[in-house]
Design a protein around this ligand. Structure first.
Ligand code: SF4
Ligand code: SF4
Length: 213
């Protein structure tokens, strides 16, 4: 990717709502921004951003879309979700699905949503095995109230998403040994290397020489 294209992706990303909702068909706002910048996606697919974001993207990339793609255009969107705590079985699947760490709870303990952090992306809904999460407070997305709330909260959501990404990123050793089996094999090889070294040391310098009892 050229430096210029990256800069365009930055400009697009800065205008996106940062809900990380995947309604555009991409795993994150950033990836949608890069796809639009690279010409791989049209700029008329950010459902929550509506006409406001569509116009901003038109001006950045020089497109002339007049409306959102109808497959990416919901007139009403929720502004939060609620977990019916009496029905929650504490499975933690929603915690793992949430891109901004807006759900608190632990295994076998009921979970609850931090409403100020929730982007209403609805990604936790399909993973709940007992259907105890519901979207709430539906609003018309083209209203100035809805759009203003997107612009005022986007930095907060971006920060939470970046924090979540850092927490779920594999550690360097996990990256090198991408599955548990290869990590176990490497540990076994390390243990074997230490045993060989120790046995060599014992032969060259018996424990008594090294002050052992
Ligand atoms: S807020 Fe818009 S760009 Fe971001 S993930 Fe949702 S639909 Fe895609
Ligand atoms: S709690 Fe659910 S709807 Fe809210 S941000 Fe997390 S995954 Fe999305």
């Amino acid at each position: 990717m050229s430096t210029e294209a990256y800069s365009t992706a930055d400009k697009i990303d800065a205008q996106l709502p940062q809900l990380q909702c995947q309604r555009c068909g991409y795993p994150s706002c950033r990836q949608f921004a890069e796809a639009v910048s690279d010409g791989d996606a049209p700029g008329n697919r950010c459902d929550p951003g509506g006409i406001r974001v569509l116009n901003l993207l038109n001006s950045i990339v020089g497109q002339t879309h007049q409306a959102l793609d109808q497959n990416f255009d919901s007139p009403l969107l929720p502004t939060g979700v609620v977990i019916r705590e009496s029905e929650c079985i504490g499975c933690t699947l929603c915690i793992q699905a949430c891109p901004v760490a807006a759900i608190i709870g632990a295994g076998k303990l009921m979970h609850t949503v931090i409403s100020t952090d929730c982007t209403a992306c609805e990604l936790c809904l399909p993973v709940c095995p007992v259907n105890c999460i519901s979207p709430i407070n539906f609003q018309k997305k083209e209203t100035s109230t809805f759009q203003r709330s997107l612009t005022t909260q986007s930095s907060h959501h971006r920060l939470n998403f970046e924090r979540w990404q850092r927490r779920t990123e594999p550690t360097p050793i996990e990256r090198t040994y991408s599955n548990e089996a290869s990590l176990r094999e490497e540990i076994a090889r390390s243990v074997a290397r230490v045993r060989v070294k120790r046995s060599k040391l014992n032969q060259e310098h018996p424990p008594r020489e090294r002050g052992a009892a």
